[in-house]
Ligand binder design. Sequence first.
Ligand SMILES: O=c1ccn([C@@H]2O[C@H](COP(=O)(O)OP(=O)(O)O[C@H]3O[C@H](CO)[C@@H](O)[C@H](O)[C@H]3O)[C@@H](O)[C@H]2O)c(=O)[nH]1
Length: 515
Amino acid sequence: MQGDGRRHYCFHFNRKELRRGSMADHVLVFPFPLQGHVNSMLKLAELLSLAGLHVTFLNTNYNLRLLASHSVAYARLARSPRFRFLSIPDGFEDERRRSASRLLDLLESLQTRSVGPYKDLLLDLQHRDEDGYRGWPALTCVIADGIMTFAADVAREVGVPAMFFRTVSACSIWSYLCIPELLRTGELPFPEDADLDEPIRNVPGMEGFLRRRDLSIFCRNAKDSSDPRLRLVCTATADTVRARALILNTFESLEPCALEHIRSRCPVTYCIGPLHALLRTYYRLTSRSDEEEVRSTASASLWQEDRSCMSWLDAQPGRSVVYVSFGSLTVMSPEDFTEFWLGLVNSGQRFLWVVRRDLVDGKELGEGAAAAGATPAQLEKATRERGCLVEWVPQEEVLAHPAVGCFLTHSGWNSTLESLVAGVPMLCWPFFADQQINSRFVGEVWRVGLDMKDMHGRDIVEKMVREMMEGNKAEELRTSAANMAEMARDSVSSTGGSSFTEFEKLIQDIRSLRP
Ligand SMILES: O=c1ccn([C@@H]2O[C@H](COP(=O)(O)OP(=O)(O)O[C@H]3O[C@H](CO)[C@@H](O)[C@H](O)[C@H]3O)[C@@H](O)[C@H]2O)c(=O)[nH]1
């Protein structure tokens, strides 16, 4: 037992080491300040704390305010004596920080305007903190989001070891690492009027199934090698694999080939995902209550979760609902939004749809519908009959609900993993970044869903949704999804699961860094 009166797990760790080490190791976890990054890195941070380390979770002032207002995970962790939230400014004043188009601006601002406060903080944390934080140990290491390579550079500059965490899949990291080769061999940039079904030849291990359209949109849009997004991804990924260690939210049996290639560049690569499932394993092992285990699934939401959708789901038949969410960043044009809505309604299926306030570009819900031949009133009537629209849901709980039959997703990596663990087949409609390659793997490699990338219009949406819910392949997809869920759960099992074991190695690695 520790001084805070809670039971901490110590199996597989040397108990003496745990007693000595738990008071001596201190990790700073620093995510890129967007929902998809904060979610998985907060889970990593909680795991580190459950393993006995002191954890400082560094956020921007803006995000910390959102987390403190909306996140169940924040409320739980803020009470823990070994966990603290600190924040620094991100240099922005406006409210549009979270939109995808500002990603480069956000990074630029962090690199220039947040770097000073970040460095000062690291210098402070290098000393044992006797007053402010009841004897917190000096900083042992930084785990920085791999997209912010400056965070590791500064850490090294002040003498603190740094590791990187990447929030995307191994297959996307491997494809990003191959970009220089794609440029060298002329596969990138694509020619004008490129046939997007042309196979990609220079991403080893993916020759058989990767097509031009499966590379990220920034590859598709790049006119030459100086394209800023292409350059950012190339340099950040190359720097990431030069780190002393790389941590990934994936599991060995899911992406063995991409992992083998990544390890040929970065030998110390820890695969400890799916993190939300590993966290549940730890909760079970620390004998917490069922209620706590359920709450451990609560995301680090930056928005208020609308739990009314759970009682709506309770009233629906088993596997009858299409859950629709495009994550935290996607913005749709009013036209696409309306076409999509029409397709969903015309499919005749029940649906639960996350419509964030900023999902539709500068418009109100339903605008543009009249122009598309349906009045919002008609759509709203059909939606009331068999749909539920909410601004933000507790996604992991929704996916675990027996009424959910499929997930119509933008293929963000967190959503993909959450669906894999829940055994819910996916209908993938990717927008940008890693989403194109994730959806290809879902449809073609793991065969736990259908990929509808680059397909548009109400008729396609209707056809694909029907196919997922009642088509010939529906049963087959459900079976593969159930098998995949078992594989994912095996990876986090405390009896030899690969991610569980790798996480233990990561903890030992961190302990070995103690100054
Ligand atoms: O109503 C909702 C909708 C989503 N979520 C959660 O929000 C997260 C969304 O993450 P993700 O599915 O990865 O999507 P994005 O928010 O779009 O994430 C960005 O970051 C990811 C990780 O780098 C990338 O894979 C994506 O392409 C990128 O858009 C998930 O954990 C969801 O559980 C909720 O809790 N409630």
